[in-house]
Write a protein that binds this ligand. Structure first.
Ligand code: FES
Length: 317
């Protein structure tokens, strides 16, 4: 999936919390940028040449600039370190047109947003848009370890967000974790959006088993590649072409198929958007690691960007 990238000027680069730098990009002639909807993300070529996706934090009605916030991940692949350490005001960086895998459902009467840490970013564009445009009611639960690492806290303390935002930090102490059950116990027709560390998303997933799956939405913020030490190679066979591939530990099925020129649709590459779901023809054992399949779908569907299998897996491709 080749995308066109355009060079935009960094007009602002400012630390806004521990390890988090906020960036704004604009065209040199200040002309309007391609439009986007709340929850969209931007792909950016970092100064060290990697491509990373970051949720847009600006209000979509502000078309003269794009804003993102990047957390420096010391253990990541180097893209966020390059952005936070090396990108400066005045630099030209290549960005692709915004895309949205985490859009607000138009038919929802209200929204619940649950953000963990830097997972706050997609909710910034949503919350700013809903407040500024007088949109539907929402409530945001913003959870973090430490107040100094929670970007945008000052803005949320302001009058625009009064009564709509709950901020909670727990210093990493599980006994002080925010209890989301009272929020999630009764669905009441709201659509729920969650973005944050995989542990938070998994516990929200576990607490929303009684919700309609169409009303619960997850977004991975792009840094989590789920891999475990006991990952093993498995064999992937494509039923339609008969081609077979070994998927080594450390690579995803999507990585291998893409390298082999097999056409598979994908977007988030983190198991949260559902674009790459494939039908399973047969499998010895599936190891689902996504956030999108329902319990029923887990019997016959597979998310190729993140999930694994044991032995041989045959997909309807
Ligand atoms: S690309 Fe989004 S779930 Fe696989």
């Amino acid at each position: 999936m080749d995308e066109a990238f355009t060079a935009l000027r960094v007009r602002r680069a400012q630390m806004v919390a521990d390890g988090i730098r906020l960036f704004e990009f604009a065209r040199d002639d200040n002309a309007a940028l391609p439009e986007f909807t709340p929850g969209a993300h931007l792909k950016v070529k970092t100064p060290n040449g990697l491509v990373r996706r970051y949720s847009l934090t600006s209000d979509p009605d502000d078309r003269d600039f794009y804003q993102i916030a990047v957390k420096r991940e010391a253990e990541g692949g180097g893209g966020s370190r390059s952005m936070v350490d090396d990108a400066r005001v005045g630099d030209l960086l290549e960005v692709a047109a915004p895309r949205n895998d985490f859009a607000l459902a138009a038919n929802a009467p209200s929204y619940i947003f649950i953000a963990g840490g830097i997972g706050i970013t997609p909710f910034m564009s949503m919350a700013r848009h809903l407040v500024n445009a007088g949109g539907k009611p929402f409530r945001l639960y913003y959870l973090g370890r430490n107040p100094s690492a929670m970007a945008f806290a000052e803005e949320f303390a302001g009058p625009a967000f009064r009564g709509r935002v709950v901020m909670h930090s727990d210093d990493g102490d599980p006994d002080r974790a925010y209890d989301l059950w009272p929020v999630l116990e009764r669905p009441k027709g709201a659509h729920l959006y969650c973005c944050g560390p995989r542990g938070l998303m998994q516990s929200v997933r576990d607490m929303t088993g009684h919700w309609s799956s169409a009303s619960v939405h997850f977004e991975d913020f792009g840094t989590t590649k789920v891999s475990t030490l006991d990952d093993q190679d498995f064999t992937l066979t494509l039923a339609k072409s008969g081609r077979s591939f070994v998927i080594p530990a450390g690579q995803t099925a999507l990585d291998v198929l893409r390298d082999a020129g097999v056409n598979v649709s994908y977007s988030c590459e983190s198991g949260s958007c559902g674009t790459c779901i494939c039908d399973v023809v047969s499998a010895e054992a599936l190891d689902h690691r996504d956030m999108v399949l329902t319990e029923r779908e887990k019997t016959n569907k597979f998310v190729v960007c993140i999930s694994r299998a044991k032995g041989e897996l045959v997909l309807d491709l």
